[in-house]
Ligand binder design. Structure first.
Ligand code: ATP
Ligand code: MG
Length: 254
C-alpha cells in the first residue's frame, strides 16, 4: 500500500484537481484505491457526487476502526472508494491535540486499511498545521503543485526548510508544475528558475486548461469524461511518472 498526498501550503494551486484525476487513473483496471478527503471544503467529495453520512464527522474519523469502515463510500468507478470530508473537518487540528502521538495519528488510522488498498490518496487542505504534519508522517510521497510564480518558489522553499528543521524526510517532497501557461513569458522564466534552483520538479506538468474547471459541472474526473483532452493526457503522464519513478512500480504492475 502506497500513500500519496497532494499537498501545498498554498490554496487554489490544483491539489484537488490532481488528487481526483490521479486517484481515478490509479484505480483503473479495478486496482483498489482510496481517496481520503482531508479538507473541510470537501471538494473531492463533491467531485465524486458523494455526501458524507449525516452522523459522520471528524472525531469519528480520528477514532478510526469501524467508524472509518462505515464512512467509506464506493464511487461510480470500480476500484475507487472515497472517505468523505465535511465542514466538521475544520476541527481536525484541535481534536488531534487530544490524542497521544498526535503527529502520527493519521498514519496509524491508515495502517488499519493495509491489505485493502494498493493506493491511498490524500487530498489535503492548504496551510501548515498539525493535520499537515500528520500527512508528512503518513505519506510515502508528497506531491506539491507549483504554479510557476516567484511566490510559489518562496513558499516551496519554506516547506523544505520546515522539513529540515523538524527532522522530517524532505526526500518525500516532489513538486510538479501546475496550471502552466507557456505563452506567458513570466511562467517560462519561472520554470527555468525552478529547474536552475534544483527544486527537481517531476517532468510531467499540468497545463492551464478550461476542461479542468469543468469538473465542477460534470462532477467526475476529467480523465474519465474527456480522456483525450490536453489536461487528461497531462494527468496520465503525471501518474505514469509518479508510479514508475517515485513509487518504482512497473507500468502495468499493481
Ligand atoms: N490545470 C488547470 N487548469 C485550469 N484550471 C484549473 C486547473 N487545475 C485546477 N483548476 C481550477 O482552479 C481552481 C482550484 O483548483 P483546485 O481546487 O484543484 O486547487 P486546490 O489546491 O485543491 O485548492 P484548495 O487549496 O482550495 O483546496 C478550481 O476552480 C479548478 O477547477
Ligand atoms: Mg483542494
Amino acid at each position: 500500500m502506497k500513500i500519496i498526498a497532494l499537498y501545498s501550503i498554498k490554496g487554489g494551486v490544483g491539489k484537488t484537481a490532481a488528487c481526483v484525476n490521479l486517484a481515478y487513473l490509479a484505480s483503473s483496471q479495478q486496482v483498489p484505491t482510496l481517496l481520503c478527503d482531508l479538507d473541510p471544503q470537501g471538494a473531492s467529495t463533491f467531485y465524486f457526487r458523494i455526501q458524507p453520512k449525516p452522523k459522520y464527522n471528524s472525531l469519528k474519523f480520528l477514532k478510526g476502526g469501524k467508524r472509518i469502515d462505515k464512512a467509506i463510500r464506493g464511487t461510480d468507478f470500480p476500484g475507487l472508494d472515497l472517505l468523505p470530508a465535511d465542514l466538521s473537518y475544520r476541527n481536525l487540528d484541535i481534536q488531534l491535540n487530544g490524542f497521544t502521538k498526535s503527529r502520527r495519528r493519521l498514519r496509524r488510522l491508515l495502517e488499519e486499511l493495509k491489505g485493502r488498498y494498493d493506493y491511498i490518496f490524500l487530498d489535503c487542505p492548504p496551510n501548515l498545521t498539525l493535520v499537515s504534519e500528520n500527512v508528512f508522517e503518513a505519506a510515502d510521497v508528497i506531491l506539491v503543485p507549483l504554479i510557476p510564480t516567484t511566490l510559489s518558489i518562496m513558499t516551496y522553499r519554506k516547506l523544505i526548510q520546515f522539513f529540515e528543521d523538524a527532522g522530517l524526510d524532505a526526500g518525500k517532497l516532489r513538486p510538479f508544475l501546475s496550471m502552466v501557461e507557456s505563452r506567458k513569458q513570466m511562467h517560462r522564466q519561472t520554470i527555468r528558475e525552478i529547474i536552475a534552483a534544483k527544486l527537481n520538479p517531476i517532468n510531467a506538468y499540468i497545463p492551464y486548461c478550461a476542461d479542468v474547471e469543468k469538473m465542477g459541472f460534470y462532477r467526475a474526473p476529467l480523465t474519465h469524461y474527456r480522456p483525450a483532452s490536453l489536461g487528461a493526457l497531462a494527468f496520465a503522464k503525471l501518474w505514469h511518472e509518479v508510479k514508475t519513478r517515485l513509487l518504482k512500480e512497473p507500468p502495468d504492475g499493481h
